[in-house]
Design a protein around this ligand. Structure first.
Ligand SMILES: [Zn+2]
Length: 264
């Protein structure tokens, strides 16, 4: 069964390659209201549990059983959750005084073209690797210009380590070691391209040893969002997928666990 997504202006200029025969073949020729189709759904979300490694070293979520089926006739837990744990969204307010809180993020900015930048080779050589402007230019050379309103995701390969907190956090001697975006790359995306969000398959948008969280302090106050601990980026194409960010609409939230879905 095929489903169609039709959103006026949404995929304007997005690459049509790899899609259904009805799709146009030239990016320039794509009409604003071209129907979009997808063949499969890829879950970009890690399972959240108290064991999932967190930035703070404490459980990101705790479940407390309030009602039990055998005793009460239904099951119901209470959650105590850290907004920034597991696969989650960073809202602009996370690193700004007056930025948007989660409920103020427009739904149409949560369904976006996904660009996956594969830096696994370099990250394997350097756990503190910073995704560079050159990595973005290389992506564009291989694919196309980054589509407007897209999310740029870093695939460092760290997603495979979530079951091993020491490896995932790279924590040794109190310093984290994992890849992130370089401030230069983030700045370039803000100034030279029209990008809605950035995403990382590590604990943070900034790399592990970062002390000033420069990418966070530039990116989020600009009104853009971020995603961290993203899963399965190796299972989606570098270009052409659509990302759906399912974030609970909680008033005044600075972020929160999200169900990330890629339509491929
Ligand atoms: Zn966060």
């Amino acid at each position: 069964m095929r489903h169609a997504l039709t959103r006026r202006g949404f995929f304007k200029g997005a690459a049509a390659a790899g899609f259904a025969a009805t799709a146009v073949t030239s990016a320039e020729a794509a009409p604003a209201a071209a129907p979009r189709r997808f063949r499969s759904v890829v879950d970009l979300t890690h399972t959240m549990s108290p064991e999932f490694p967190t930035f703070f070293g404490v459980p990101g979520i705790e479940l407390q059983k309030q009602f039990d089926f055998k005793k009460d006739g239904f099951n119901l837990n209470w959650w105590r959750v850290i907004e920034h744990a597991g696969t989650h969204l960073d809202a602009p307010i996370h690193f700004s005084e007056n930025g948007a809180t989660v409920e103020k993020i427009a739904a149409e900015t949560l369904v976006v073209p996904l660009a996956v930048v594969d830096v696994r080779g370099r990250a394997a050589q350097n756990a503190d690797y910073l995704l560079s402007r050159q990595d973005l230019l290389d992506w564009e050379k291989k694919n196309r210009k980054l589509p407007d309103n897209c999310c740029v995701a870093m695939l460092s390969g760290w997603g495979q380590y979530v079951g091993d907190a020491a490896k995932f956090t790279g924590s040794a001697g109190g310093v984290f070691h994992f890849p992130g975006f370089s401030p230069e790359a983030a700045e370039w995306l803000m100034k030279e391209r029209k990008v809605t969000g950035i995403a990382s398959d590590t604990l943070s948008l900034d790399n592990g040893p970062s002390k000033d969280f420069r990418v966070h302090t530039m990116w989020l106050p600009s009104g853009r969002w971020g995603l961290e601990n993203v899963a399965n980026l190796d299972k989606v194409p570098a270009a052409g997928a659509t990302l759906v960010v399912g974030i609970a609409k909680v008033k005044d939230a600075t972020g929160g666990p999200a169900r990330l879905i890629a339509l491929v």
